[in-house]
Design a protein around this ligand. Structure first.
Ligand code: HEM
Length: 406
């Protein structure tokens, strides 16, 4: 077993998704692995395999039940957290359905949540998102400089999803802290992950109890009325669904908006094109999702299966590296370049198969509104201190600080 602090010797047999240089620029490692060892392995962080080719990722999502979603985080929970999670799942069922559910349980939960995120439902949140983005820009525009990730990108998704869930958007910073606690910092710090998992579940537990007494016109009240296979949902399931909806869209969408602004701040030709050709937004957003797709997902290997010529060992995880698949030169021309007007773009930033992202319409809308508002008000900007840019890695990769001046 490799010491997690040792530098990587060979990425094919000892990759480290938290390696600082890799987190900053993973492209060269992905190119190397796709060519040399498309399903790599590591003993770090609980042991996992990682698929980097588009074709292998496509195949892996279909390997059900051999590969399970019951624990889709890349780093398995350990110690007290693991015990707590196992006990709850035994007593009450899947933790955060549908993302933690396998067929046949998965489908009815997915069907329950999809209506909240249809294109039509998403449209009703455009105005709120536009006003929010302009308010955020009002606060920073006269300063001539800001942190495009922390002061802008990070502020948008928690408030939009709060509004959708019927919880207080002004508590956005808390929701971000909770999400980072379970998904970002919590991945390598089990005590943090446990702390914030409990905070989130308690918060929604209280909300569910409240809505039972006093129903409203919101997501929780709708879920309280819903049925799966003729039975009302348990409080545990409703809390789990809300937990998923809160955290799934926060650092993911913030990473995508932040990475886009980082790209334009450091690539003046693309920035000028976006500022002068607003018709480019639809293809540009898909391309930014392809190139900077932030999310990798895990599957638990339950039975021995072969993927890309490699035997997967039961008990370990398989990482579906959607961002690496998105830069596969077998599938994309000029895969290692951002091509703002790319026409054919079958990227997998939102995953594929039964677990494909339920919030993709919402994420696209948020990116579109956030980037249009920014370009409308701040068309000229650049990195003010490239060395001060920081990135977070792991399950969700994206910039956390992007100082810009304008
Ligand atoms: C750019 C932003 C986003 C990206 C890149 C992204 C990516 C993903 C990916 C790759 C999956 C697949 C998981 C798997 O295969 O196990 C997923 C699932 C999911 N996402 Fe997103 N997501 C984003 C934004 C959102 C938003 C805004 C929401 C809204 C709440 C959301 C809700 C979900 C849900 C509920 C699932 C689980 C679907 C299922 O298990 O069937 N996501 N997302």
């Amino acid at each position: 077993m490799t010491d997690e602090k040792c530098p990587v010797q060979d990425w094919a047999t000892d990759y480290d998704i938290f390696d600082e240089d890799y987190v900053k620029e993973p492209g060269p490692v992905w190119d190397d692995l796709r060519a040399r060892c498309p399903v790599a392995h590591t003993t770090r962080w609980g042991g996992s395999f990682m698929a980097t080719r588009y074709e292998d990722v496509q195949q892996a999502v279909r390997m059900v039940p051999e590969l399970s979603s019951r624990s889709p985080t890349i780093i398995p929970p350990t110690g007290e957290l693991r015990e707590e999670m196992i006990a709850e799942v035994k007593a009450y069922g899947s933790e955060n359905p549908p993302i933690t559910a396998d067929p046949p349980e998965h489908k009815p939960y997915k069907q329950l949540i999809l209506p909240f995120f249809t294109p039509k439902a998403t449209e009703t949140y455009i105005k709120f998102t536009q006003e929010l983005c302009h308010e955020l820009i009002d606060r920073i525009i006269d300063k001539g400089q800001c942190d495009a990730a922390a002061d802008y990108a990070q502020q948008i998704p928690p408030r939009v999803i709060a509004r959708i869930l019927g919880i207080d958007p002004s508590r956005g910073d808390e929701f971000t802290e909770w999400t980072q606690g379970v998904l970002e910092l919590g991945q390598t710090h089990p005590e943090l992950r446990m702390k914030y998992r409990r905070i989130i579940r308690e918060f929604f537990g209280e909300l569910v109890a409240h809505r039972r007494k006093k129903p409203g016109d919101d997501v929780v009240s709708t879920l309280l009325e819903a049925e799966v296979e003729g039975e009302k949902l348990s409080d545990h399931s409703i809390v789990g669904i809300c937990n998923l909806l809160l955290v799934a869209g926060i650092d993911t969408t913030w990473s995508s908006i932040g990475a886009s602004l980082w790209h334009f701040a450091g690539t003046p030709d693309d920035r000028r094109r976006m500022a002068n050709e607003p018709d480019l937004f639809p293809t540009a957003i898909e391309e930014l999702l392809r190139f900077y797709g932030p999310v990798m997902m895990g599957r638990k290997i339950l039975e021995p299966v072969k993927l890309g010529g490699t035997e997967l060992t039961p008990g370990e995880k398989l990482i579906l590296n959607f961002p690496a698949a998105n830069r596969d030169p077998e599938v994309f021309d000029r895969a290692d370049e951002v091509v703002l007007d790319r026409e054919r773009n079958r990227h997998v930033a939102f995953g594929i198969g039964i677990h494909r992202c339920a919030g993709s319409n919402l994420a696209r809308m948020e990116m579109d509104v956030a980037l249009r508002a920014w370009f409308e008000r701040i068309p000229e900007f650049e990195l003010s201190d490239p060395d001060a840019v920081t990135w977070a890695g792991g399950q969700v990769r994206g910039p956390r600080s992007v100082p810009v001046r304008y």
